[in-house]
Design a binder for this molecule. Sequence first.
Ligand code: G16
Length: 541
Amino acid sequence: MDYNRIDSISRSQHPNKQLTDVQYGTAGFRAKSDLLDHVLYRMGILTVLRSKQKNATIGLMITASHNEEPDNGVKLVDPAGEMLDSSWELIATELANIPDSELVNALKKIIKDENINEDSPSSVIIGRDTRESGWSLSRAAIDGINAADGIIQDFGIITTPQLHYLVVCSNTNGSYGEPTVEGYLLKLVNALLSIKKAKNNDLYVGEIYLDAANGVGAIAAKEFQEILHDNLSIRIFNDGNGPLNHKCGADYVKVQQCPPINSPGKSLTRCVSIDGDADRVIYYYLDDSDKFHLLDGDRIATLIASYLKELVEESELKIQLGLVQTAYANGASTTYISEFLKIPVVCTETGVKHLHHKALEFDVGVYFEANGHGTVVVKDSVLKMIRTASQNMNLPKKCRTASSKLTSLIDVVNQTVGDALSDMLLVEAILYVRGWDIVTWERSYTDLPNRQLKVKVQDRNVIETTDAARKCVSPSGLQSKIDELVARYSKGRAFVRASGTEDIVRVYAECDSSSEVEKFAAEVALAVHQLAGGIGPEPII
Ligand code: G16
């Protein structure tokens, strides 16, 4: 590598102005966009090194997902489509924050420590969401990749899950799919159509209203609509003509527990909200009395897992199915999964990077965060077994048909990462085969009333947790205060953790009383404010 070139471009075009340090968080770096130019240049170089090390294509996505427009960020994607390995997060953080004068030595050290052959080829796929700052940040990343002599494929404005898909396709010689956006759209739509072709269902209403958070998902949803024709009418609102993620999008609807701005007022209409980079999805509707009902990631997970379980049982194949959640999962959903569906369920830390790895331990792993981020992963050997069974004429017809349905269902899934639009098509496929409307779907269990709050503190890093964020170990005294509050509420459960995407501490509380849950959450938020260095006004109880 030409270190002089890397150094001179760094100092002259992408200097680290040392305004503030950035941290690799839950899903990469995320900060105000004007702090990120040098970070993107350096991440461009880092992806080239990672690509050389793995001898595979690496992905770089410029997005701040659910955050509002002034923020931006970068997610790095490893060869199999998963988030950058945690062992490299520290490397990325150090590289992002060192002074310009230390950049070259830091790169040489990474190459030595990580045993990277500088002469290996490298290839990086980049993409960005619709944020205005995305274009110049992508130039910074491209400068970094070019400076390190990497080969770039720039897909411009695409969704995060599309980028993950493209990385996997490039690294699997197209066996996962064609490495183009058209290939992605056609793969998912064809799988959905094959499910619909196998069965007629007049009970299903093929119309949904989609809140696209004014983000890149609106573009992808329009592209889907063009090839779905009347198989599914996607009526898009918040389609890019308003501010990104402002009073709309999956995060807003989930946390505020209310419809987004511009939502159709018609009752019993199936509505969907996705986030700014289209990797999260939730459903909602208004009932006859205009009461808001939320069907979040837990509900999507249970719908998918229960249908998969039905098909696995019918197929008579030996497949171990499992479900992965986080502490944010509603207690009622966990009880339903373990006691009614009888599917093993495990809890991990927040962040798809944690859930994805845990889900890979099952033959078929369904993972979903309550906020709507999730997917299904299937072991290659298991997928092969299912495909073979679907064509094995020695098996009873019922088993063959179930295997064939499993194959089509798995094809609707973007297994590389949580994908709002693929998940939406998957939900629609299951509602179609079951002939369910949204009310029937919701009937499976009743959520415990719950509330999420955000608390601003001087330094969110003072909050340290353990046990998948269910116990707070610092600052001292906070967990015992939470325990004391929890004990006052029937079916009470609460926890706090530092967000890895926003400069806040998150508070979650649930109990069996909808009239008390607000107070419960506010009491926990007040404890955080008082014991963890809260700034601004104290939460009102
Ligand atoms: C990212 C992660 C999710 C996580 C969310 C919130 O989502 O990919 O797994 O749940 O951040 O994380 P935190 O609570 O640490 O802020 P997105 O959609 O914003 O990229």
